[in-house]
Design a protein around this ligand. Structure first.
Ligand code: NAD
Ligand code: UDP
Length: 328
């Protein structure tokens, strides 16, 4: 059985679909801090499977022990955590407490119950400002905000744990920019309040909920002056987890991206074309802390896991909009 922490969230829920397609049995722990219970019903609709759900906080050790007591858990995919960069600058203690405490508690309970297989959601943010592109897994690591630091510290905790007990199989996945949604239109990303990330913002301008997209800088040294990122469809990302699960051995670290950069303007133009909508936009100053360009080297994940992203930017734009239109 695979325990999916944060399984009601954006990436966790899409990963559950791929796990079930691959005949894994899954159970979910989530505290609903950034998700809704109804996701479990949607997962049932999509997969045809009843998925056991524990509404519980990972920092609650007693409750977590009971979950491990009641289920034969072979592996854990650990998505749970807070993820908003700006909020982490305002509330660093809340971020350190939740992200690190939950991981420590989880790892302690896993060790207690002889469960030694773990996949962890890290982020390309741990590369800070990369010295060159594409970014490879052995590049130096640094962070610029508390959220990123929680990812970096957890990576270090996992590496130290592996040295102390090499029964563990630990895979650290560094995601680039996940966007898109399940093709059913039932699941997707719908952040509360005003979105910080580009795609959720574009979608809300498309639906009329927000008026104008601010493009943060058009004077970067990139193809058209706007910021470049490696956007990956969440369903491709989800497949990467299944491949990681099938190839667990020792401590491994992989980038999950497409290897291609797309600029803000390219993404907006594609969104307009694919969905036949107009996005009001204006050029605004650069956003503090942003880097010009970021995309992954995906060679390692391809060689060792056979992972290759398949979906296009068009797919990502269509599916992101489709989900929000269906669920307004
Ligand atoms: P999400 O917020 O949609 O999902 C996280 C889930 O974890 C939520 O359902 C939340 O309720 C739950 N959760 C949080 N703290 C918990 C706790 N203490 N106990 C139990 N449940 C808890 O986020 P997501 O976009 O699905 O991201 C999943 C993981 O991937 C996160 O760790 C995130 O930092 C990482 N990540 C995300 C992105 C991205 O752009 N979405 C990029 C890189 C890395
Ligand atoms: N961006 C933008 N307007 C927005 C949100 C983001 O121009 O309202 C730009 C941002 O400067 C970056 C890219 O879009 O170049 C992706 O930003 P996002 O926050 O989605 O991802 P991250 O910067 O964390 O990789």
């Amino acid at each position: 059985m695979i325990l999916v922490t944060g399984g009601l969230g954006y990436i966790g829920s899409h990963t559950i679909i791929e796990l079930i397609k691959n005949n894994y049995e899954v159970l979910v722990v989530d505290n609903l801090s950034n998700s809704k219970r109804e996701v479990i019903d949607k997962l049932k609709k999509i997969t045809g499977k009843e998925i056991p759900l524990y509404i519980s906080d990972l920092c609650d050790k007693k409750a977590l022990r009971q979950i491990f007591q009641d289920n034969k858990i072979d592996s854990v995919i650990h998505f749970a955590g807070f993820k908003a960069v700006g909020e982490s600058v305002e509330k660093p203690l809340m971020y350190y407490r939740n992200n690190i405490d939950s991981t420590l508690t989880l790892l302690e309970v896993m060790e207690e119950f002889n469960c030694f297989n773990m996949i962890f959601s890290s982020s390309a943010t741990v590369y800070g400002s990369p010295k060159s592109l594409p970014i490879k897994e052995d590049f130096p690591l640094s962070t610029t905000n508390p959220y990123g630091s929680t990812k970096l510290f957890i990576e270090q905790i996992l590496k130290d744990l592996y040295v102390s007990n090499n029964k563990f199989n630990i895979t650290i996945l560094r995601y680039f920019n996940p966007i898109g949604a399940d093709e059913s239109g039932l699941l997707g990303e719908d952040p509360r309040g005003i979105p910080n990330n580009l795609m959720p913002y574009i979608v809300k301008v498309a639906t009329g909920e927000l008026e104008t997209l601010s493009i943060f800088g058009d004077d970067y040294d990139t193809c058209d002056g706007t910021g470049v990122r490696d956007y990956i469809h969440v369903t491709d990302l989800a497949r990467g987890h299944v491949l990681s699960l099938k190839n667990q051995h020792g401590l491994r670290i992989y980038n999950l991206g497409t290897g291609h950069g797309t600029s803000v303007l390219e993404l907006v133009n594609t969104f307009e074309k694919v969905n036949n909508v107009k996005i009001n936009k204006k050029i605004a100053p650069r956003r503090a802390g942003d880097i010009a360009e970021c995309f992954a080297s995906c060679d390692k994940a391809f060689k060792e896991l056979g992972f290759k992203a398949e979906k296009t930017i068009e797919d990502m734009c269509r599916d992101s909009y489709n989900y929000v239109k269906n669920n307004k």
